[in-house]
Write a protein that binds this ligand. Structure first.
Ligand code: NAD
Length: 483
């Protein structure tokens, strides 16, 4: 969908996120013909730099973070012509009059706050006071959106002083993933799934976001956060909402977000025995490089912050009463894989007798790697060996299904930035959603803090702590394998 010419200001334009995601993503959209001539991308940060310096910076970022097949020198040069740089200090007055002169009032205006959340208020206030942001301007804010309900409310209130909710785009890049959006298409554009999409037919749901990386250089930040705050409260919660929500009356931003909010409000508090927290232990490993343990990566060696969490969650409504949702996420696990698995119930009666090979149907939605969906179905094992059943996948890899275009699926950031320019908030979290999510996680965190619970150790490169396996064993279920 074409967009109107725009001015996009990237505050924190020299930061890590701008280098890795925002600038390479914008270049890719330029190549796809989605950045109309006359649009401008204005980097802004505290450091001194001129337009030429910023173009060099962006050119290096594109070379570093896009592989050779996805860029070419001529189009990079043409893209760079759209880039400018204006130094501003979020906490001071330097640079703001210059920015006011650069940003046009008669085009779409977007301001990406790719800076620490402690600066959001300063930026919002200065954009307003210097008359830079018009009534239709959009602001984009990054995670973390608060560290609990109180701080999230403060952030929302600060932004609300200068911007209407319809102007605020809170990014959760999981929502920009092709498969995640496709989940809505699969659910609401097919007759096939809806009749089965409830506690009568779904035995349970598993949501896994497994990372192989540790906390690396982010130890100081991570210590104040942990898997619950860093991953569950936002990403896993958003995925859960999209699976569990009722059909919105229309594919409209507020209609979708209203339904997601109802899911969060219907979540029961998770019982302490249904939460397993873990922390990775290092490994010397034969032939592989030594991996540090969490206590070495973290700032505080005796930190009790969890790098892994698994939990069983119930949604108290008609559709889902009795169907548990198992959530699991962690660092330094054996594979990098994000998957949602809808595990269906057994057939009510097997006409084939006690079939050894029988498996439940599973709809698996892979977010990474290799975005796609698989529905496992039972068929007869081919051949003359009698009526033996075997499981086969009905497999759809997006890269394959879309042929050459498939390899070119836009990155989540690319899509979300273009949605901002189009003024479409569907894939962005609304303020009340974020607050409701914190309202659910806060008491769980407070309870384990009050009990003084320590996370269970797990080996780097494993599937997480033993207790997490037990969480499902107890219910006579099994986690899906992390590959
Ligand atoms: P960073 O530290 O690499 O960059 C921060 C940027 O802010 C720099 O350009 C710096 O010059 C600028 N800045 C700092 N103080 C300033 C001031 N007073 N006035 C003007 N500019 C100032 O940070 P980052 O990793 O790019 O992260 C930016 C935001 O995105 C943070 O909110 C972070 O939590 C979030 N985020 C980052 C990632 C990531 O992969 N890097 C992922 C998710 C969310």
């Amino acid at each position: 969908i074409p967009v109107d010419p725009f001015d996009l200001v990237v505050f924190g334009g020299t930061g890590d996120l701008a280098r890795r995601k925002i600038l390479p993503g914008l270049y890719r959209r330029y190549v796809a013909g989605q950045i109309p001539e006359g649009s401008r991308i204005i980097g802004s940060a505290r450091g001194d730099m001129d337009d030429a310096g910023y173009r060099d910076f962006a050119s290096e970022a594109i070379s570093e973070f896009l592989d050779g097949t996805k860029r070419d020198p001529q189009s990079v040069a043409r893209f760079l012509d759209h880039l400018y740089y204006v130094p501003t200090d979020a906490r001071g007055e330097n640079g703001w009059p210059d920015l006011a002169k650069r940003v046009r009032a008669d085009v779409v205006q977007a301001f990406y706050f790719s800076v620490a959340p402690s600066l959001f208020g300063d930026l919002a206030e200065r954009l307003h006071r210097h008359g830079i942001a018009g009534p239709e301007a959009r602001i984009v804010v990054e995670k973390p959106f608060g560290r609990d309900l109180e701080t999230a409310k403060e952030l929302n209130a600060t932004l609300a002083e200068h911007f209407d909710e319809s102007q605020i785009y809170r990014i959760d890049h999981y929502l920009g993933k092709e498969t995640v959006q496709n989940l809505m298409a699969v659910r609401f554009a097919n007759i096939l799934f809806e009749p089965l999409w409830n506690a009568r037919h779904v035995d349970h749901v598993q949501i896994t976001v497994a990372e192989t990386v540790g906390v690396g250089g982010r130890g100081a930040y991570y210590d104040t956060s942990g898997a619950m705050r860093d991953m569950v409260q936002n990403h896993l919660m958003q995925l859960l909402c999209l699976i569990a929500m009722e059909p919105p009356y229309r594919f409209d931003p507020d209609a979708v977000r209203d339904e997601k909010l109802k899911v969060i409000r219907a979540l029961l508090p998770a019982a302490p025995e249904d939460i397993v927290r873990g922390q990775y232990r290092g490994r010397t490993g034969k032939g592989s490089p030594k991996q540090a343990s969490y206590s070495e990566d973290a700032e505080n060696p005796s930190s009790t912050t969890e790098s892994f969490i698994a939990m069983k969650v119930h949604i108290a409504n008609w559709r889902w009463k009795g169907t548990p949702f198992y959530l699991r996420t962690g660092k330094r696990l054996r594979g990098r894989a994000s998957e949602i698995a809808i595990v269906f119930k057994e057939v009510p009666h097997s006409i084939f007798g006690d079939e050894e090979g029988w498996r439940e149907n599973v709809l698996s939605i892979r977010l990474q790697p290799d975005e796609g969906m698989t529905l496992s179905v039972m068929i007869k094992e081919p051949g003359p060996g009698g009526m033996r059943l075997t499981e086969v996948p009905l497999d759809m890899s997006f890269a394959e299904a879309l042929g050459e275009d498939g390899a070119d699926i836009p990155d989540a950031y690319e899509r979300l930035i273009m949605d901002v320019i189009r003024g479409n908030q569907t894939l962005f979290m609304r303020g009340d959603e974020v607050e409701a999510a914190w309202a659910w996680t806060d008491p769980l965190i407070a309870a384990w803090e009050a009990r003084g619970d320590k996370p269970k150790g797990y080996d780097a490169g494993s599937s997480g702590p033993e207790d997490a396996l037990m969480l499902l064993h107890r219910d006579e279920r099994r986690w899906r394998e992390i590959r």
